[in-house]
Design a protein around this ligand. Sequence first.
Ligand SMILES: C[S@@+](CC[C@H](N)C(=O)[O-])C[C@H]1O[C@@H](n2cnc3c(N)ncnc32)[C@H](O)[C@@H]1O
Length: 276
Amino acid sequence: MIIKIEMNDKEFELFRDYIYERSGIHYTINKKTILQNRVRRRLRDLELDSYTKYFNIIKNKSMSDPEVIKFFDEVTTNETSFFRHDKQFIALEKMVIPELLANRRISTINIWSAAASTGKEAYTIAAVLKEIPELKGKNIKILGTDLNQKVLNIAKEGKYDIKDIKNVEKKYLKYFDIDEKNGIVTVKNELKSLVTFKRFNLTDRFTSIPKMDIIFCRNVFIYFQKHTQKEIVDKFYDKLNPNGFFILGHSETLNGIDNNFTYRKFNNENLMIYQK
Ligand SMILES: C[S@@+](CC[C@H](N)C(=O)[O-])C[C@H]1O[C@@H](n2cnc3c(N)ncnc32)[C@H](O)[C@@H]1O
């Protein structure tokens, strides 16, 4: 069935409020066509002919319901890449890790990629940490979480298009099995074994999350309103060990959000790195 119907404003508002209440993601009216096209895919799969009928199917279901999972798989935006904003990973190697090691005797280092998408961020962190001699013999635990189950399945598999590693520095390529013939790269177990992925909603309570030394939460705050950002920032602060680091995306900031973090520059550059 081909659904050509447009989502009307009333339907848009139903979905907008539903998504916002459950995930914090704020769809503004100028994103109506994007939302319509995304929801339409669910209508097509279920052979439904109206947005309201679909809304009635999901409206009272829990976040772990299979259809609700599929809905949020559609309405989240998952763009990511290996070594995205690479200067932040230089700061991770040259400032963040050395300071953590200097501050405290650490046998296990816990890092959270809190909007992990397909796992490229978590595997980038793993590769960087593997190359730091001072971390030899330490237990590295990276947790990757996301609301979108589909991207997490890709993350767990660790299989990507060969084009995705074109900007990865040569010294890190040893962590990938490269299949030139089929144009596929697979993350090796050496990295995979450091990372665990699970579905987690940042607007939920953080009781199931262990204490962290570093939290990456990059390029998801842009979808949240200030008060949602503030609630999540406070929860991150509580989850961090003393002196722990919190890293935002390069176009995001805590400016204008009342918070307890200290802003840290690296080489006099603004890399959106904060410290508890
Ligand atoms: C643009 S990606 C960012 C990926 C990666 N951090 C990066 O910077 O390359 C944003 C991710 O946030 C996830 N997300 C959106 N709302 C969320 C929520 N409430 N809880 C958990 N993850 C969420 C989306 O599913 C998406 O995969």
